[in-house]
Design a protein around this ligand. Sequence first.
Ligand code: UDP
Ligand code: MG
Length: 321
Amino acid sequence: MDLSIVIPIYNEEENIPLLYGEIKEALSHFDRQYEIIFVDDGSKDRSVELLEGLQEQDEQVVVVAFRKNFGQTAAMSAGFDYAQGDICVTMDGDLQNDPHDIPALIQKMEEGYDVVTGWRFDRKDPYLSRKLPSQMANRLISWITGVKLHDYGCTLKAFRKEVASNIRLYGEMHRFIPAIASGMGISFTEIKVNHRARQFGTSKYGISRTLRVVLDLITVKFLLSYATRPLHVFGGVGFLSSSLGFIMALVMTFQRQFFGIPLGSRPLLLLSILLIFIGIQFITIGLVAELVVRTYHESQNKPIYHVRKVLGRDEGTATTG
Ligand code: UDP
Ligand code: MG
């Protein structure tokens, strides 16, 4: 199998038949073996019945139906778990992405990239509630993660199978896959893709998504930079805070001893004690995090590195990981 197309579906009954038709048509002249994996994310409309109908007629269709709504990230994750293709392509189920872009995406992958993302350069969504927050988020994410992309939010992306299956996603992290994967040392690029306004059904997200994206960004940054050495972050902050508090306390003690300035009436005393305590707390949190990291890696035999290839040894023969 060359290609698995993963599509999260949540209440998209009007879109499913059209989408299916478009994919079939777009890939009819594209000489690759493919499967379409629809992941129904607990839809409350007729989506599941429609998908089951498609599956009965067409064995290229795979349907994974969730028991309840677990969210788009979970749906995409499930798609990766069931995918058999060498390349996974993800796209929205609401016709906003254009299946005719898939061949270009795959051709780009075949030039040797591990991840190719779509860039909706002419995005058909409302400006204030969608395009502006998204523009700002893209700049921020690019700057903080160092993975420069114009459009993180575009679901139309292609991943090599190893990338898709090696990444664990939580919360609403699906948009960050390129950034997370960059921590594995993968190569990525983006291509311009078509985008269309939503015709049927409604968007599943509101403006509150922006805050969640920013919070997720903190997690991603932390995982990317410090996941295997948390004490370097927490310890650093803690050490600074404690030292500052300690110096202040020292100066006040000195003043009290030699110049007779009374301690009790100085608010600075409270600040210095606070700083010392916060510092100690940060350092102990860092130590606890070090334990957690070890449990995370060692209980699952997760290596702290990613190997491209091994010469002179079978790849599976490392004694750990
Ligand atoms: N989706 C999903 N589960 C959810 C929310 C959304 O599977 O809880 C799917 C939805 O059916 C669509 C895709 O994720 O195929 C993108 O959702 P939407 O179009 O609402 O997002 P937007 O384009 O507004 O960012
Ligand atoms: Mg949409």
